[in-house]
Structures are given as C-alpha cells and as structure tokens.
Design a binder for this molecule. Structure first.
Ligand code: PMP
Ligand code: GLN
Length: 378
C-alpha cells in the first residue's frame, strides 16, 4: 500500500500494555495512573450533562475553562494569555502537538527534536513534509548541548520541539536552558513547541521552567499541557495549548477541521475543578512520595536507578542483570518476571540501546510494592 509513514509500526505504549495484559503482568510501561480521580470531578461532569450541556462547545473551548487556564498560567508563569485569541482546548496534548506541527511546518522545513524523543513528534513532522533533525541527549544527565543546537540551526529550521519535564528521562530543563533557546532562536522566525504535560510534577525543590514564564520565548512558543496527567484522567483526552495570537490563529485554522471541538461537559467540569489550585499545586508532593517509595523499594535490587527529577517515570539501567537488548529485556521482564516496562531505545530513530528501561510509578503503593517484590528477584 502507499504509505505516508512506511517506517512506523505500532506505538511502543500500545505494544507493551497489550503484552502486559496478555501476560497478566503488572503494567509499569505505558504512563497512566492505576488510581481514580476524585468523585467531585465525576459529579461535575454529571451535573453539566444533566443541565443540558451536551452539544458542541465553542471551537476554541468552553469559555469558563479557557478563563480558568488563563488564570492558572498567569498565576504560575506571569504571562496573561487572551482567552479569546490565545488559548485553545484540545483533545489531549497529542492533538495539540500534532495540530501545531501541521499548522506551521511546510514541506522542506526542518524541525529540531531531542532524542530520546516522545514517539508522537516525528511522525507529525514527517506527515507535514518536514525533516526531523534529531539531536542527542546522553545518559545519565541527558543535558542539551547548546553548542550543538546552535550548529543544527539552519535557514530551513522552522520549529524546535522541546519537552520538560522530560518523558522518558525524567529530567527537567532550567531557566538557563530556556535562555539558551531564546538566544539561539532570536530573530530567526523559528517557532518553539513546548510540551509541558508534566509541568506540575517536578521534584526536589526544582521549579518548572515554562516557556510561558519566559517573556521572550513566550512570544514565539506554543505551550502544551494535559489534564490527563494533572488530574489522573488520561482516558479523557483533554489538553490545552496557549500561544501568541498570530500563532494561535494558524493553529485554529487546522484545529477547526481536525477536531473542531472537545467534549463539552468534561470541559465545564474541569473549569469547576480548576478553581482549587491546590489540586495542581499538590501534585509534585503527591508524586514525589511515589517516586521515593518506588526508589526505596528498588534500592536492594540489581537495577541502577537514574535520577528522577520530574514526570512520573523512573529510568533504570539493567546491565548488572542481563546482556539482552532493552526490547528483549522488556519482553523478558513482562513474560517471565511479571512486570512491564518501556525500552528506551523506542525513543531513538536508530534504535540506540543504552540498556535502560522506563518504569511508570503513577500507581498505588500496593501495585508498586508487588512490582518491586518481583523486580528484586531478578
Ligand atoms: N507528551 C508527552 C511527553 C507525554 O508523555 C504524553 C502522554 N503521556 C503526551 C504528550 C500525550 O498527552 P495526552 O494523553 O494528553 O494526549
Ligand atoms: N505518554 C504515555 C507514556 O509515555 C503514553 C500515551 C500513549 O500511550 N500514547 O507512556
């Protein structure tokens, strides 16, 4: 068949979750919580459904939710985005990212991404006719090398896609990183897409360096987030994108034709739920406790744990355990040990294999305990 994505198979998250299910393994692969959101959130959805809010929302999203997002972003990052022209509610971060790329990238444009790279970015670039330019982040620190970024920028560079806190490495960028990015993109016409879906999950006193908090970068950035991560509802697929008016106008030209609008009662419920800021402000402490629990439980294992400074992921090197490649090792872990993880080579185009796997610790302590009990035996 004529394929636009000949090199693309099924996403690793689907592959590993399916295998975990087939094997009855504890699923620490795909990133999602195994605990429920608060009842109040469900009550608000039911409320708005019963009240008759079951038809199309405005194309940009329900106004109360855009207002709540504007207030949150201003409170946290100091930038006021206009609710009419600079904020759009999306079908998850995935659609926001895809639509931003589709809206801006033309055939022949280059888009810089950093590997390990979240698997949705490169196919979006390729479908738009763009050329991905992959820069490498290296274990264990996965720091960007700004001198290398400088040499990768050409007159064809149209976009740079960044992700902090970073999936899968659990690293976080600093304000200094954003300063470098700002300096390198000054007067270039390059658009930044900042995937900040884990914005509220940073540990150890670090603060999230948002492009929305960097006045110069905010002027040329799409900033993406997801309610899935923040409120433990990955299956609802609702996200946000904010950007200056000119960029958002381009975004909406595409958005209106690929989704048009997002689930109305869910948006209204989220607007209600967002009024209590402790719900997102408390997330870092909530996940820090899980990270510490998971790391402590694995302390006596033969896995070498890399730092986890943000997100709900933990990387582990297994060279002291097995000589298998990471994909084979994850198959073995799932089938024989009963714990599913993600091979980090899946985030590299050339399959670079550092013998590192990713665990998701967005789980109840009982789940983490049971998984660690198994992982201690390998
Ligand atoms: N970006 C990153 C870095 C992610 O980890 C995820 C999902 N876990 C997404 C985007 C997609 O988010 P959503 O489920 O809201 O589409
Ligand atoms: N982003 C989630 C992860 O990294 C998975 C989402 C998906 O399955 N596409 O595990």
């Amino acid at each position: 068949v004529a394929s636009r994505l000949p090199g693309v198979g099924t996403t690793i998250f689907t592959v590993m979750s399916r295998l975990a299910h087939e094997c009855g393994a504890i699923n620490l692969s795909q990133g999602f919580p195994d605990f429920n959101a608060e009842d109040l959130l469900f009550e608000r959805v039911a409320h708005w459904m019963r009240a008759g809010h079951n038809q199309y929302a405005p194309m940009a999203g329900c106004l109360p939710l855009r207002e709540a997002v504007a207030a949150k972003v201003e409170a946290l990052y100091g930038t006021r985005y206009d609710v009419e022209s600079e904020i759009t509610i999306t079908a998850g971060a995935t659609q926001a990212l895809f639509t931003a790329v589709t809206a801006c990238v033309r055939p022949g444009d280059e888009v810089i991404v950093f590997e390990p790279v979240y698997d949705a970015y490169v196919p979006a670039i390729e479908l738009a006719g763009g050329t991905p330019v992959r820069l490498q982040l290296a274990a264990p620190d996965y720091r960007p090398d700004w001198a290398v970024v400088a040499t990768a920028i050409t007159p064809r560079t149209r976009m740079i896609m960044i992700n902090t806190p970073h999936n899968p490495t659990a690293t976080v960028w600093t304000r200094a990183d954003l300063d470098h990015l700002a300096a390198l993109t000054r007067n270039t016409g390059i658009v930044v897409v900042a995937d900040e879906v884990y914005e509220h999950i940073v540990f150890d006193g670090a603060t999230h360096a948002s492009c929305a908090a960097h006045p110069e970068l905010a002027d040329r950035s799409f900033v993406v987030s997801s309610f899935g991560k923040t409120y433990h509802i990955t299956g609802w697929k609702v996200g946000t994108i904010v950007a200056p008016r000119e960029l958002m106008a381009e975004f909406r030209k595409v958005h209106q034709f690929n989704v048009f609008t997002v689930n109305t009662p869910v948006q209204l419920a989220l607007a209600d739920y967002m009024t209590d800021a402790s719900r997102h402000l408390g997330l870092a402490a909530f996940y820090r406790a899980k990270r510490d629990f998971f790391r402590d439980a694995l302390a006596g294992s033969r896995f070498e744990l890399l730092p986890s400074r943000g997100t709900y992921f933990q990387l582990a090197r297994y060279t002291g355990i097995s000589a298998l490649g990471d994909a084979a090792f994850c198959q073995h872990l799932t089938r024989e040990v009963g714990v599913a993880a993600i091979p980090v080579s899946a985030f590299f185009a050339d399959g670079r294999d550092d013998r590192i796997v990713r665990f998701c610790f967005a789980k109840n302590e009982a789940t983490l305990s049971a998984a660690c009990e198994r992982l201690l035996r390998v």
